[in-house]
Ligand binder design. Structure first.
Ligand code: ASP
Ligand code: MG
Length: 454
């Protein structure tokens, strides 16, 4: 039996007609059953800007943005020679963009709900165009397989947290089985949108920026696919960011656990939630470059052949260290529960934590500080101190908490760079610490030299 493959192509792989053709060739080559696409690169940003511009009452500027979006997509459509039916569909979505922008302009109100519908247009446009590229690629392979454009909102059920909706995974799997499973059995290739979903009431939602990877994984789970492929513009997951360290190299194989830590602690290749559905259904994930599909790429799987002590280094910039101190913590209980309830109420996620007898330090994304109420609420329980412009550096690998001498090797490598906080022990796959933002790149280069290049 042939493997059921779900492939996702990111924005740069949708960049123009040539990119779409190249991506479609890749999908045809790999016998993809379902192709999940992002918006063409830059379009989501343009749509967000459109929403904000219309909201602020600038109609001529909004029209200019609409025109930019329109001509980009019509241009690609002409290059690909889309059918008249596809042209009509494209025109309909573009008209919808104009109507929504006008509505936002008239009301001077761009709610998260309106923004989600506006942003969804990016993926809806690119997927119409990509359907054409896909049929051509199949024809070139002399395949008679039809292509079916599918609206992801039929199956990708979410809650109504607009802007960052939560996927209803069981419902998605049920809907996939009911509505799309036949497609995967029958000889048709589906083309659908990443990033977007809908509530039970039919309102359009999005999964948060970069969410197309996660969509593809949810659909792969729902369709019980054998393989999930994430096609991007880099040849797989690298040992660290190649822009920081020129000797970074692609990783051939990495375990689910290591890759989850890597995605969460800053590697940009995969959306952090992507691996959850893959782990649940044990679906191997391939990450590769649609621009150079012949390269090896990276496989992410449950079982891997090698388990090196340090596989990769990740970094997360713009971290804030929040230190909460109170003598009340001395010999008391319930203090941590109180403060974490505050983070929960504000839906702020905490990344690394250390504690002493009367204080707790934890790291947050610096955007969390925009929420002034968060700090006010925390200061009801403790003195609050914040330090900004820090970077969280993570070493990702195996047996990290059972390897004598590892700490010495790490601190010897970073030498005189001050470490502001350390987290070790919670996971055998991760050792992370905080440094000054402007020392982070140097720390990464030194650690890469010491642990990966040798
Ligand atoms: N188009 C969306 C974004 O730019 C989703 C994605 O590309 O994954 O965030
Ligand atoms: Mg992406």
């Amino acid at each position: 039996m042939v493997s059921q493959v779900v492939s996702k192509f990111g924005g740069t792989s949708m960049g123009d007609a040539d990119c779409m053709r190249r991506s479609a060739e890749v999908a045809a080559q790999r016998n993809s059953r379902l192709v999940v696409v992002s918006a063409t690169s830059g379009t989501t940003n343009d749509l967000i800007l459109l929403g904000k511009t219309a909201q602020s009452g600038q109609w001529p500027e909004s029209e200019a943005l609409l025109q930019k979006i329109r001509s980009r997509h019509e241009g690609i459509g002409n290059d690909l020679g889309i059918t008249s039916e596809q042209k009509a569909r494209l025109a309909e979505v573009l008209e919808e963009a104009e109507s929504i922008a006008r509505g936002i302009f008239l009301l001077r109100d761009c709610s998260l709900k309106a923004m989600d519908t506006l942003m969804s247009l990016g993926e809806r446009l690119s997927s119409i165009l990509f359907s054409k590229a896909m049929s051509e690629a199949l024809k070139n392979k002399s395949a008679t397989t039809p292509v079916r454009w599918l609206d992801a909102r039929e199956v990708l059920r979410t809650d109504d947290q607009f802007g960052k909706a939560k996927a209803a995974t069981e419902e998605i799997s049920k809907l996939c089985r009911e509505k799309w499973a036949d497609l995967i059995q029958a000889q048709a290739v589906g083309v659908t949108q990443g990033f977007i979903g809908s509530t039970e009431e039919g309102a359009t939602t999005t999964l948060g920026r970069g969410g197309s990877d996660y969509s593809a994984a949810l659909l792969a789970e729902g369709l019980s696919a054998d393989i999930l492929e994430i096609w991007t513009d880099v040849p797989g997951i690298a040992t660290t960011d190649p822009r920081i360290c020129s000797l970074a190299k692609p990783i051939e194989e990495i375990s689910f656990k290591e890759a989850s830590e890597l995605a969460t602690f800053g590697a940009k290749v995969l959306h952090p939630a992507t691996l959850l559905p893959a782990i649940r259904r044990n679906i191997p994930v391939f990450v590769g470059s649609s621009f150079d599909a012949g390269q090896r790429g990276t496989w992410v799987r449950r079982e891997v052949k090698e388990a090196p002590l340090i596989r990769a280094l990740a970094l997360r910039r713009k971290q804030v260290l929040v230190t909460l101190s109170t003598p009340e913590m001395l010999h008391a209980h319930g203090f941590l529960a109180k403060i974490f309830r505050v983070f929960d109420d504000h839906k702020v996620s905490v990344d690394a934590i250390t504690t002493s007898e009367i204080s707790v330090s934890l790291t947050l994304e610096d955007s969390a500080l925009l929420n002034k109420r968060l700090l006010q609420d925390l200061s009801q329980f403790a003195d609050v101190k914040t330090e900004e412009n820090l970077t969280l550096i993570s070493l990702i690998g195996n047996s990290i908490n059972h390897t004598p001498g590892l700490g010495k090797r790490i601190f010897d490598a970073i030498g005189d760079i001050n470490v502001r906080m350390i987290c070790l022990g919670a996971s055998k796959h991760n050792f992370c610490f905080l440094v000054d933002g402007d020392k982070a790149d140097e720390a990464i280069r030194r650690l890469h030299r010491s642990f990966i290049e040798t």
